[in-house]
Design a protein around this ligand. Structure first.
Ligand code: EPU
Length: 343
């Protein structure tokens, strides 16, 4: 690459930038702290030729090989209350802000609404891509709008909730805007008439155990942090990417047939009459919980989480994922779709 107005680094190790802790490298790497940097990048013909990967917290990524292109690591910072109306207080955060720190900051400001999403790894910019969700709340319910740059046209896009086409762990950024849009910041609408979201049994039980009958948002955050800490491995200690598979959605006919053979089948009816199955339960039933294949393994406390047992390569993770998928297919006839992005 000839011109270098930007602080590119070459043959850059991504090991500390993916929560799986996989040791792969990027041909070129750029920490992005401003929109201006992306505009300069667009005008650099050498950089424009390279394949791009936008990286946030690296918590939803499996690096199966060295990346031959340019990694754009979103590192822009800033969070502020930008307005309010009768219904909501609006908070804007830069893509490079850490998600959990944002949640805690909103709670410190006395703003409720994000508490059920406490302790989800990753950065703000990645949250809408995945439509992150946990314990009965999805990002889309608290989302107001986001700003992104279309790297093809150079246009600055403002997308509202409907333009993002959110669905279960899905959005327009995995389809039409894939490899095009780079999210710059996200604005959240935090409800003024807040109601605690307690429909998840795990959360209700934890609050009960703490004798909190009228929990505050802070209480719910504390409960979610406790549950997640018990069930999910800390990526700083054991490499992982959270839930490795989406919970599969099946028709009522399929679900009824499965239920006949497997009366314990964990399933949840969806608003449209289909059923979501607990992938963790399916994997657990196949005997994979706590098992390893090479240096990759299935977490002993939650079978939906694949982990790096130490020095796992992306290929180790892929082999394990395929073995798990094959067994679930044989036993239940159900396809498990991975949640992370494979590079
Ligand atoms: N289960 C088992 N064995 C297991 C794991 C789970 O039998 O090894 C059963 C549980 O007993 C429970 C059911 O499966 O009845 C569901 O398990 P859990 O409540 O732990 O939630 P999940 O469906 O496995 C989803 C999200 C998580 C989110 C939790 C809590 C997906 C793919 N995963 O997991 O999100 O934190 O609900 O809301 O939707 C993530 O996306 O990275 C993630 C961690």
């Amino acid at each position: 690459m000839t011109i270098s107005k930007l602080p590119y680094q070459f043959d850059f190790s991504l090991r500390r930038h993916n929560t799986f802790g996989i040791d792969a490298s990027a041909h070129a790497y750029l920490p992005v702290t401003s929109l201006e940097m992306l505009l300069v990048l667009r005008s650099d013909p050498d950089a424009a030729r390279l394949q791009r990967l936008v990286l946030g917290g690296g918590s939803n990524l499996v690096l199966t090989q060295d990346f031959p292109g340019l990694v754009l690591h979103m590192c822009n910072r800033g969070r502020e209350i930008v307005g309010a109306d009768d219904d909501a207080v609006y908070v804007r955060a830069a893509a490079g802000e850490n998600w959990h720190e944002l949640v805690l900051w909103t709670l410190e400001q006395g703003l409720a609404g994000l508490e059920n999403l406490s302790l989800i790894p990753g950065n703000v910019g990645a949250a809408p891509i995945q439509n992150i969700g946990a314990y009965g709340v999805e990002l889309q319910e608290r989302f107001h709008a986001l700003t992104a740059i279309d790297m093809e046209s150079g246009e600055i896009l403002t997308l509202d909730r409907s333009a993002c086409a959110f669905d279960y762990r899905d959005s327009v950024f995995k389809h039409r805007l894939r490899d095009r849009a780079v999210v710059l910041d996200v604005t959240f609408a935090l409800p003024k008439r807040w109601q605690p979201a307690l429909r998840y049994a795990d959360v209700a039980q934890e609050l009960d155990a703490r004798k909190l009958m009228q929990p505050t948002a802070r209480d719910i955050s504390d409960a979610v942090i406790a549950i997640r800490t018990r069930k999910l491995p800390d990526p700083a200690v054991i490499g992982n990417a959270g839930s490795f598979f989406k919970n599969p959605i099946v028709t009522a006919v399929q679900r009824n047939a499965l239920l006949e053979q497997h009366p314990q089948l964990v399933n949840y009816q969806q608003p449209n009459g289909s059923y979501k199955l607990a992938a963790g339960w399916l994997i657990d039933q196949c005997g994979w919980k706590g098992k390893n294949l090479g240096a990759a393994g299935v977490y002993e406390k939650q079978a939906l989480v694949l982990v790096n047992r130490g020095g796992a390569s992306g290929q180790d993770v892929v082999r394990l994922a395929q073995a798990v998928q094959a067994d679930v297919m044989v036993k239940f006839g159900v396809t498990l779709e991975p949640e992370p992005i494979f590079i």
